[in-house]
Design a protein around this ligand. Structure first.
Ligand SMILES: O=P(O)(O)OC[C@H]1O[C@H](OP(=O)(O)OP(=O)(O)O)[C@H](O)[C@@H]1O
Length: 486
């Protein structure tokens, strides 16, 4: 029997009531009520800082690093991301909490101490905290007093979360920290705006005088910005131009995009942890852009076909990557050996009529001369799990082949399940079937992945849910109508 390799360890998970609590923490606030409540509930429930597998929690949080110059608006960006993710468990850390304690000598000459250089931070402590949060453990974060330049004896207790945000000037400069981040954000604000804000903040909040703030800025802050902070922009996945704000001072578009991306990742993350046989092809802004076009109801048929074809091709290519291969060595024109691989030979496609036929061109373009069969399922709207097979035409030797079963939309999973059963009846091994879709609803994923755990399910995006009329939401409308009709 052919078995797909289980690439991801993990067990069934879903968000518990506890982890659904919103946990807002910031460097200026002491422990918030909800955070305290969460910590207490965790203590009561677990009696241990670990949130183990099988207790209904995620395995690892999504970690975001937010960098930018002093007073660039990093905290505001973080607060706004947190607000958008109000139904998720989010915690925020500040790199500033991890300043080292100053020695007696340094304290006596504090005006000449450079707080903006990497060595001013206790990077080992930052790494410990982030690593433990990644392991879903409760951490104790230092509390730094900016007036005495010392850590307080108190610590701030931060519980595990679905999303961890760490902000600070050097978060993207430090390679160790970068390696733990799932998303890197850089807040880009004009230098003069930042200086004005810095003066205002240090005088009002940290009890400094204007002359002292400007001196420190010129001597340390600005050179460190030029040396460490500004060059770290190149590591960012997203650069937020904070001068492109609305009247309320928000860059709504950027924050919405970030929050939407995180939501999508969290959703996908969960399902992929539940089902090792689910594969979501890695997204990027090019793919998101194409999805945006095919989901837009204003898109013309010509554009719909063009961008759907591009996306379908990506799904087909990603699926082919899951087929087994044999090592093969060839000799290049330079006379040298190239140790490569040979494709799997015995495969075929099967499209679920009608929408599945839209994937045939992509498959033919990738696999020269591939045989393609067809299955027509009559979708009975009020009996979603009891579909009727109306027509089938399949290669006679299908039982000896790997089968790429194609349908761009996975809704309830009723049609796909029925089609898989036809293949199984023909003698195809479950582990040799790959189901390819462009857009999948979680309901369909649950149905297929649970029912056929050895079949690989490959999709490009997972949508929110199906509505009362079994349509995928937000979806793309009726794929067949949009793709095949003028
Ligand atoms: O997972 P399910 O709930 O079964 O829904 C998915 C099916 O619905 C769509 O087909 P539709 O019935 O619209 O027919 P078409 O392909 O001919 O457009 C889609 O192409 C799938 O075949």
């Amino acid at each position: 029997m052919y078995e797909w390799q289980n690439e991801r360890a993990g067990s069934a998970k879903g968000l518990s009531d506890v982890s659904k609590l919103l946990v807002q923490t910031s460097r200026t606030s002491s422990m918030g009520l909800r955070e305290r409540e969460l910590s207490e509930r965790l203590d009561v429930e677990g009696g241990s800082p670990h949130r183990g597998a099988g207790r209904g929690h995620r395995n690892e949080p999504f970690v975001i690093g937010v960098a930018g110059g002093t007073a660039s608006g990093k905290t505001t960006v973080c607060d706004q991301i947190m607000q958008r993710l109000h139904d998720q468990c989010v915690v925020m850390l500040s790199q500033d909490s991890f300043y080292r304690n100053l020695s007696e000598e340094e304290l006596q000459d504090v005006k000449n101490y450079n707080f903006d250089q990497p060595s001013a931070f206790d990077t080992a402590a930052i790494m410990k905290c982030l690593t433990e949060l990644k392991e879903m453990r409760i951490v104790e974060v230092p509390v730094y007093d900016f007036t005495t330049h010392q850590r307080s004896t108190e610590t701030r207790r931060v519980p595990p979360a679905d999303v961890v945000i760490i902000e600070g000037i050097l978060v993207l400069h430090m390679e160790e920290i970068r390696s733990l981040l799932n998303m890197k954000v850089y807040v880009d604000t004009d230098d003069d705006v930042r200086l004005a804000r810095r003066i205002q903040r240090d005088v009002a909040v940290r009890g400094r005088d204007v002359g002292g703030v400007i001196e420190q800025y010129t001597k340390f802050v600005k050179p460190a910005f030029d040396q460490y902070v500004a060059p770290s922009r190149k590591f960012a996945d997203i650069i937020i131009p904070w001068h492109r704000c609305n009247e309320a001072g928000d860059n709504v578009v950027a924050i919405d995009l970030i929050a939407e991306h995180i939501r999508m990742k969290l959703q996908q993350h969960d399902l992929r942890r539940i089902y090792p046989n689910l594969e979501v092809i890695p997204s990027n802004f090019q793919i998101r852009g194409m999805h945006t076009i095919v989901r837009d109801r204003e898109t013309s048929t010509a554009d719909y076909v063009f961008y759907a074809d591009r996306l379908l091709r990506l799904v087909v290519e990603a699926s082919l990557g899951h087929l087994p291969f044999r090592e093969r060595t060839v000799v290049t024109p330079t006379g040298h050996q190239y140790v490569g691989v040979d494709f799997a030979k015995k495969l075929c496609g099967v499209s679920i009529i009608r929408s599945g036929e839209s994937m045939e061109n992509a498959l033919r373009a990738c696999c020269k001369g591939i045989k393609i069969g067809k299955i027509l399922v009559h979708r009975v709207e009020d009996r979603v799990m009891d579909q009727e097979i109306v027509y089938e035409k399949l290669p006679t030797d299908i039982a000896e082949r790997f089968v790429l079963l194609m349908d761009p939309i996975l809704g309830t999973g009723g049609s796909a399940s029925r089609a898989v059963n036809v293949l199984l009846d023909k003698g195809v091994e479950e582990g040799k079937i790959l189901f390819l879709s462009l857009i999948a609803a979680p309901e369909g994923i649950h149905t297929l992945c649970k029912k056929f755990p050895r079949m690989k399910v490959i999709t490009s995006e997972i949508d929110e849910h199906i509505d009362s009329e079994f349509r995928v939401v937000p979806g793309t409308g009726n794929f067949g109508d949009r793709y095949f009709c003028e």
